[in-house]
Design a protein around this ligand. Structure first.
Ligand SMILES: Cc1cc2nc3c(=O)[nH]c(=O)nc-3n(C[C@H](O)[C@H](O)[C@H](O)COP(=O)(O)O)c2cc1C
Length: 165
């Protein structure tokens, strides 16, 4: 498998912890978007983006600068996947919206986006991450379903591994 990088933004450490778990499984390098590591994008064939959702459906703060650069970056030929942390109980109407925001930013940038996840098994009202009954990335809920996180990560990594170059 060619080189994989994970770019994450995290306020209280949940997304960071997941980024590191995924990195270990894929032997990937990890970058905090707070450091605006835009120059690293060109060094990797496989890109994974991770965010939590804050406010009501907002991308995690540190993403502000990175997302606008990402929107202007040509990702042709690359394979991308997204994961997101959220709270499906307290924020049931904006569950992991951040995944949807990243998806919108990269959907027309020439990359193949993989790692869609069935909505079955998640209990929420609305999500911008949902398109045609699939999440466009992996949702994780450390607030209410932390017992499911490890299995969800393992299953997802197996799924995207097959698609990564
Ligand atoms: C003030 C506040 C607003 C939040 N808003 C949302 C939201 O709109 N949607 C959602 O799915 N989760 C929301 N969450 C839950 C966080 O995304 C969740 O706690 C996540 O695990 C935090 O990850 P982080 O530590 O990597 O930032 C919110 C949490 C707080 C405290």
């Amino acid at each position: 498998m060619k080189k994989t990088a994970i770019f994450y933004g995290s306020s209280t450490g949940n997304t960071e912890s997941v980024a590191k778990q995924i990195a270990e499984l894929l032997n990937a390098d990890v970058f905090d978007v707070a450091n605006n590591p835009i120059e690293e994008l060109k060094n990797y064939q496989n890109l994974i983006f991770g965010t939590s959702t804050w406010g009501i459906g907002d991308l995690q703060d540190d993403w502000d600068s990175f997302i606008s650069t990402l929107e202007k970056t040509d990702l042709s030929g690359k394979t991308c996947a997204i994961f997101g942390l959220g709270d499906s109980s307290t924020y049931s109407d904006s569950f992991v919206d951040g995944i949807g925001t990243i998806y919108k930013a990269i959907e027309n940038k020439g990359c193949k986006i993989v790692g869609f996840v069935d909505t079955t098994g998640y209990d929420y009202e609305e999500s911008k991450a949902e398109i045609d009954e699939k999440f466009v990335g992996l949702p994780l809920d450390e607030n209410n379903e932390s017992n499911l996180t490890k299995d969800r990560i393992n299953k997802w990594v197996e799924q995207i591994k097959v698609e990564f170059d």
